[in-house]
Design a protein around this ligand. Structure first.
Ligand code: F6R
Length: 648
């Protein structure tokens, strides 16, 4: 039933056009994302011969890290599409589904991170058309949804059940539906502006799922007599390792025994099958209470793998994914490193390493700032994007801006086949494995190793390091995984400190040189999972303002790992202690004087000053973890956050 058609004819209402003062604009490509909007939901879908409910639940449980305000499914039970969706964690949905035992072999599911409209049952996905014959899940943002919604209301009255932008898509597909779901979806997306990964099912076409990707991640899982869609690989690993990565503007038609991928022009496109080689176990907790602790403990392996996969038999760096020659490097007169959050903090260390080893000036910027400040870029610029997910919209937008202006793009990315990697000229994959906890840990340390390798590779290519210097750095890098293990084998003291300090509401992290970068990361780790206000500051800056906040028992975490800045840090620690602060210092083994000035000292194994960040961050991660546990916080899923930030 198409409610809209008749009304449109009756009222003569025209499809909303983009106009400015009455002048018709072409279908806009202006990509304005709503301020402050984020959408990082997870989508999953199944068509086959098995019961779909447990498959959707399994998939959603692996995607919950993307958003966890609410979850829902739509299952075709033979006669009708049954939609069940609930505010709150996925376990609520799971319980309801177990009780009800809805039968069906076609379905879609969604886990939501609220943007348009509060978390509530009715704002949860799936959304349907008026009659409930079409159900839809959506990750992304429909920028022109208000205009579309007003228009749909004008021709048919207000049948909207939610405040979401996504519901508009279901009504729009309904508007175009004339017995061919694929055609209706094509017509609907032609009117939609924004970012979307969507999955659609229709009661009248029970043999298919239609999925579309535009700027929001979407993969297809290939099975036998069954096929899947999902936002991310872990959702499907239990069922298949054969995947298609769907590109922007592609539409997929899935039946139980076939997958067709179409481009914008409705032509069939060929896609190579991606065989996922990493272990499904990598996305499980394996006995740890939280993914975060599991991932902290995976750092020796992540660092080892990231390093050793880039070394030849002689131990020289071979960067397969990077084709930058000596001539290319000589032309590069400026490097920008651009990223967000933890990845940005890894970039800060990268700047330090590249300038120090390769002697090339590096600017570092937060992606959301970079893209709006009109930075000077030309064809002699190298742009380095750092991203775990490879889907962070700000990073991607900054990358595109740099590319448009002629820069060469090198990316350091964890997720193979992600948007950032696909749009880069050169890619350096971190080998962290899937990172599930929202707070990034192993992605950070593998990004650091990658940064060092890129910096050393540039230095060697440019002839900036002697053989001895190069070998010294490489030997030290190779020793890092064992040193991380040593820290991880001795965490009791850190846990005791966390147990004693968890009641603080304000914490400062201070350091000098490359320690400042680690201070930023330590501070972010604490605030995001424990909700304690914390701030990081260069120790030398304290007396220019912030020291006014230092008072009796104020907790200060002081990084003092840099040999050449050690004495200066001791003075800074004394300054804050004199004002009553309680100082936990992080220092290299053997530096005993610090025990005289700090209240407590956490030691890290000795290493070269340049490489300390990979070690000094570990106790800070563990400290934050235990503080969050002591405060009863949901460590893996902190409030208001989600793992990939796929819109601005
Ligand atoms: C913090 C954290 C975030 C991410 C940031 C960038 O623990 O995980 O700050 O680092 O959102 O994400 P990616 O690296 O996926 O681009």
């Amino acid at each position: 039933m198409n409610l809209y058609k008749d009304k449109q004819i009756r009222k003569g209402s025209k499809f909303p056009q983009n106009t400015i003062r009455g002048i018709l604009l072409p279908k806009i490509k202006i990509r304005i994302l709503l301020r402050g909007e984020h959408n990082m939901c997870g989508v999953v879908g199944y068509i086959g011969e098995k019961q779909v409910a447990p498959i959707l639940i399994e998939g959603l449980s692996k995607l919950e890290y993307r958003g966890y305000d609410s979850a829902g499914v739509a299952i075709l039970d033979g006669t009708e599409i049954k939609v069940r969706k609930y505010k709150g964690r996925m376990s609520i949905l799971e319980e309801h589904l177990k009780e009800e035992n809805i039968k069906g072999t076609l379905g879609i599911g969604h886990t939501r991170w609220a943007t348009h409209g509060e978390p509530s049952d009715r704002n949860s996905h799936p959304h349907t058309n008026c009659s409930g014959s079409i159900a839809l899940i959506h990750n992304g943002i429909i920028e022109n949804y208000m205009k579309l919604k007003e228009w749909l209301i004008e021709i048919n009255g207000d049948h909207f059940k939610s405040e979401t932008d996504s519901e508009v898509i279901a009504h729009l597909i309904d508007y175009f539906y004339e017995g061919d779901l694929l055609d209706a979806v094509y017509k609907a997306i032609d009117k939609m502006e924004g970012a979307y990964a969507i999955g659609v099912i229709c009661k009248d076409e029970p043999d298919k799922i239609i999925a579309v990707r535009k700027d929001s991640p979407l993969i297809v899982g290939i099975g036998e007599n069954e096929n899947f869609i999902a936002s991310d690989i872990p959702a499907l690993l239990k069922y298949t390792r054969n995947m298609y990565l769907i590109e922007n503007d592609e539409v997929v038609l899935l039946t139980k025994d076939g997958i067709k991928i179409f481009n914008e022009l409705r032509q069939i496109v060929k896609r190579e099958v991606l065989k996922v080689t990493w272990d499904a176990q990598a996305a499980e907790k394996e006995g740890y209470t939280h993914f975060m602790m599991k991932e902290i403990n995976e750092q020796p392996k992540g660092v080892h793998d990231t390093l050793h996969r880039r070394l030849d038999k002689e131990g020289n760096i071979v960067l397969d994914g990077i084709k930058i020659t000596k001539e290319d490097l000589e032309k590069i007169n400026k490097i920008y490193i651009v990223a967000c959050g933890t990845a940005y903090h890894a970039g800060l260390v990268g700047k330090y390493a590249i300038e120090k080893f390769a002697k090339i000036p590096v600017e570092i910027d937060i992606a959301s700032e970079f893209r709006y400040r009109d930075p000077f870029i030309d064809e002699n610029t190298l742009f380095i994007a750092v991203s775990q997910s490879g889907e962070t919209l700000d990073t991607l937008a900054a990358l595109r801006e740099a590319k448009r202006k002629g820069a060469r793009i090198l990316s350091i990315v964890n997720v193979v086949g992600s948007s950032v990697s696909r749009e880069s000229d050169d890619v350096f994959y971190t080998w962290a494995g899937p990172e599930i906890a929202v707070a990034s840990t192993k992605a950070y340390t593998t990004q650091l190793v990658s940064m060092y390798l890129v910096a050393l590779h540039m230095a060697v290519t440019k002839g900036m390091l002697t053989d001895v210097q190069y070998k010294t750095y490489m030997e030290e890098l190779k020793a890092i995984p064992e040193k991380i293990k040593k820290i991880l084998g001795n965490t009791e003291k850190i846990q005791q400190l966390a147990d004693a300090q968890f009641n603080n509401e304000n914490v400062f992290y201070i350091g000098r040189g490359v320690d400042v970068a680690v201070a930023y990361e330590g501070s972010l780790k604490l605030k995001e999972i424990s909700y304690i206000h914390s701030e990081a500051i260069a120790a030398g800056e304290l007396k220019h303002g912030t020291i006014a906040l230092v008072e009796q028992d104020r907790l200060i975490v002081a990084l003092a790992t840099q040999d050449k800045l050690y004495d200066k840090m001791l003075s800074n620690i004394q300054e804050v202690r004199a004002r009553g602060a309680y100082v936990i210092a992080v220092a290299k083994e053997g530096n005993k004087e610090i025990e005289k000035v700090a209240d407590k000292v956490i030691y890290i194994p000795d290493t070269l000053d340049e490489l300390t960040p990979i070690l000094s961050v570990i106790p800070l991660q563990i400290f934050s973890y235990y503080i969050a546990v002591a405060r009863g916080c949901d460590v893996d899923k902190p409030k208001n956050l989600a793992k990939s930030v796929t819109v601005e």
